[in-house]
Design a protein around this ligand. Structure first.
Ligand SMILES: Nc1ncnc2c1ncn2[C@@H]1O[C@H](COP(=O)(O)OP(=O)(O)O)[C@@H](O)[C@H]1O
Ligand code: SF4
Ligand SMILES: [Mg+2]
Length: 335
């Protein structure tokens, strides 16, 4: 059984000026011990999706579909169970560690807190566990006595990772964990995350706008655009041989980690991501798409099979036998 199963998950924020469909019909699965990367520009719905997984969204957000964690329906969980799941089974590392840490409490106390609150350790054992966790994330034990402002950005992000590991979760969701860090520190923190999940058999969902970072760390990649998954498959194939023009543009927009030559020719993507309240018709990517066809603005896009274990929501990925206009009787199988 998959550790995590998302079935047709949608999230809509209800705000004064109307509904914001931030995530639209996302279906994904994550096996135990596997790492899934979720890519997309700012505003594509990545954080909303991540927060929906543990029901961390604000009250004005409406979630539909099914989210199964180890077969258990997250959306139907009682509050007490949900609290336990958030620490013991799945935890999130957010972007910008400075906001996740309490500025007036020592690092060690903050790492120990979930262990004590959930009665997973007595104070002495918790202190021992803090030392162990700090070592795992590459910080000396004496750092337990430091306050957040005494640490660098990279060290604070390591503390956040130690906190996420404290209760030995089975799943870690890392939302842009290295975006605020400089390139060298970013590489160190990424290597750390990669090693920890591999050594401890933890499943990982890593979110980033940088496809090269995700391809380096994850086995599978899902690319999101305007709230939808537009491509999904094995990460090196999606990164090196994308089937959706948006994934291709993302892959070209960032240098390959560790490859100095690729840094020389980053290729951007024109235009801006659409406002979810005013989505373009048909394929939402059509106003920016360099290979759009006449039918794209009215196309009923779905995720078509695009090779072994791969799907892409682009007419160019549609099987050759099924390239009739959207108004023709559908002969293809829905993905
Ligand atoms: N609390 C909120 N209320 C209304 N709209 C929101 C809220 N949070 C996010 N959004 C909107 O939802 C969309 C997706 O945002 P987000 O999930 O943060 O994307 P990403 O993490 O990919 O940058 C964006 O258009 C954003 O403006
Ligand atoms: S369906 Fe059309 S507009 Fe959308 S990505 Fe493919 S070619 Fe571009
Ligand atoms: Mg985000």
């Amino acid at each position: 059984m998959s550790l995590l199963e998302l079935d047709d998950v949608s999230v809509t924020y209800r705000i004064a000026s109307g509904d914001v469909p931030a995530v639209r019909g996302v279906s994904l699965t994550l096996d135990s011990g596997a790492a899934l990367g979720v890519a997309g520009e700012s505003g594509s719905g990545k954080s909303t999706l991540a927060m929906a997984l543990l029901r961390l969204l604000p009250r004005d957000a409406r979630v539909s579909g099914r989210i199964l964690l180890d077969g258990e329906d997250v959306l139907a969980m009682k509050w007490g169970r949900l609290r336990a799941v958030r620490w013991a089974e799945a935890s999130i590392v957010f972007q910008g560690a400075q906001h996740g840490l309490n500025p007036v409490r020592r690092i060690g106390d903050q790492i120990a807190e979930p262990l004590l609150v959930h009665d997973l350790a007595k104070p002495d054992a918790a202190r021992g566990r803090v030392t162990e966790l700090l070592e795992q994330v590459g910080l000396p034990a004496w750092r337990a006595r430091s306050y957040p402002h005494e640490l660098s950005g990279g060290q604070r992000q390591r503390v956040m990772i130690a906190m996420a590991l404290a209760c030995s979760p089975r799943l870690i969701i890392a939302d842009e964990p290295t975006t605020a860090l400089d390139v060298m520190v970013q590489a160190q923190v990424l290597t750390l995350i990669k090693e920890l999940v591999a050594q401890q058999g933890i499943s990982l969902i890593m979110i980033s706008h940088d496809l090269s970072v995700l391809a380096d760390v994850c086995d599978q990649l899902a690319v999101m655009y305007a709230g939808r998954v537009v491509e999904h498959g094995p990460s090196s194939e999606v990164f090196h041989d994308a089937r959706h023009p948006y994934s291709r543009a993302l892959a070209a927009a960032f240098p390959t980690v560790g490859d100095p030559a690729s840094r020389m020719a980053p290729k951007g993507l024109g235009g801006d991501p659409p406002d979810p309240m005013h989505l373009p018709t048909g394929c939402s990517f059509h106003p920016r798409c360099p290979v759009a066809l006449d039918e794209c603005p009215t196309l009923d896009v779905e995720l078509w099979a695009a090779g072994a274990g791969r799907v892409a929501a682009c007419i160019h990925a549609k099987p050759a036998t099924a390239t009739a206009p959207a108004s023709a009787p559908a002969t293809e199988e829905p993905a």
